[in-house]
Write a protein that binds this ligand. Structure first.
Ligand SMILES: Nc1ncnc2c1ncn2[C@@H]1O[C@H](COP(=O)(O)OP(=O)(O)OP(=O)(O)O)[C@@H](O)[C@H]1O
Length: 314
């Protein structure tokens, strides 16, 4: 378990992380989401004792990182896959790490096997592709067989096969009862991976909710239609207790209705339809709406975040 309490980090006048409090629980994948510059990496660095908080605390299984003896056996992290020594082989990179953390040498081959790098174990890591580099970074995180694993943007730059592999690995590690904390700025990716979500914007907590609740609250479904008889359509819908909102391309959007209901209703009134379709708003849209007020660099002001900092997703 990872517990944050009032965690704050300031760089000069810039507050990168602002009073963050939340708990990352075992047995599930927790997605850590936020737009660029939201403070995700800074938060993760503080969890690992690589940056010290201006105020507040982070506890790893009840203790500060610096109080953990043999920390790799408690928490493993993939922060920057390029941190490996390129002149060394994959095996030697891991061996050095194992030796300095009193991890048995045999574990090196085990983790190389888990990440599928056994065949290239004796190759220099500087010649590795991005995907192989990520796998090596993950092997390093797994070396101490830790109960807690943290991945910072693990799918960045990977091909679909690599993305699927990492997604399945994280789910598998969580199913073993481990605590998995993974950052991303892609909601769509998290929707396929995470059981729980922590969303931050400008260093502040915007949501701490189960993925199921997030989807339930944010995947608006509606009927979209286009017709040359707009006014008549609105009247018929209104009389049936339905409201049509203006959508893109001159379409109408109706919440709380099915295509069957709307199609039959308008058919009864002889209304011509050019389009009738069931739509579902993407989770990416919901995430954009939630973080719109907290995006550091954007072209124009967006809507206010949908959920307050105290939102817990019921
Ligand atoms: N060492 C530092 N000195 C000064 N400012 C910093 C430092 N590290 C981070 N920041 C600033 O703190 C803020 C949060 O940065 P951070 O890298 O934690 O965000 P992030 O959510 O990980 O973003 P990204 O998705 O772009 O990696 C940014 O405005 C960044 O410019």
């Amino acid at each position: 378990m990872i517990e944050l309490e009032g965690l704050t980090k300031r760089f000069g006048t810039k507050t990168a992380v602002d009073q963050l409090s939340f708990t990352v629980r075992p047995g599930m994948v927790t997605g850590f989401l936020g737009p660029n510059g939201a403070g995700k990496s800074t938060t993760m660095r503080m969890m690992l004792g690589l940056d010290s908080p201006t105020s507040g605390t982070v506890r790893i299984d009840g203790r500060h990182y610096r109080e953990l003896d043999e920390p790799l056996k408690h928490i493993g992290a993939l922060l920057d896959a390029k941190a490996m020594h390129g002149g060394r082989t994959a095996h030697n990179n891991l061996l050095c790490l194992a030796q300095s953390n009193r991890i048995p040498e045999g574990r090196v081959d085990e983790v190389l096997d888990i990440v599928g790098l056994s065949a290239v174990a004796r190759k220099k890591s500087k010649n590795f592709s991005m995907g192989m580099g990520q796998r090596l970074g993950i092997a390093a995180a797994l070396l101490g067989d830790p109960r807690i694993l943290m991945f910072d943007e693990p799918v960045n730059g990977l091909d679909p096969e690599g993305i699927l592999w990492i997604r399945n690995l994280m789910k598998h590690l969580a199913s073993e009862g481990r605590t998995i904390f993974v950052s991303s700025h892609l909601m769509s990716e998290m929707a396929l991976t995470a059981d729980h979500l922590v969303v931050i914007g400008q260093g502040r907590l915007l949501a701490d909710t189960s993925m199921a609740d997030f989807i339930h609250h944010n995947s608006r479904s509606y009927v979209r239609l286009r017709t040359p008889q707009q006014e008549q359509t609105r009247d018929v819908l209104r009389a049936a207790g339905l409201t049509a909102a203006d959508g893109a391309d001159g379409a109408l959007e109706i919440d709380g209705a099915t295509t069957e209901h709307v199609g039959e209703l308008l058919g009864e009134h002889g209304i011509v339809l050019h389009e009738l379709s069931a739509q579902r708003a993407s989770l990416e849209d919901a995430f954009m709406r939630m973080t719109a007020g907290a995006v550091e660099y954007h072209a124009h002001e967006g809507a206010a975040p949908q959920w307050g900092a105290d939102a817990k997703g019921a």
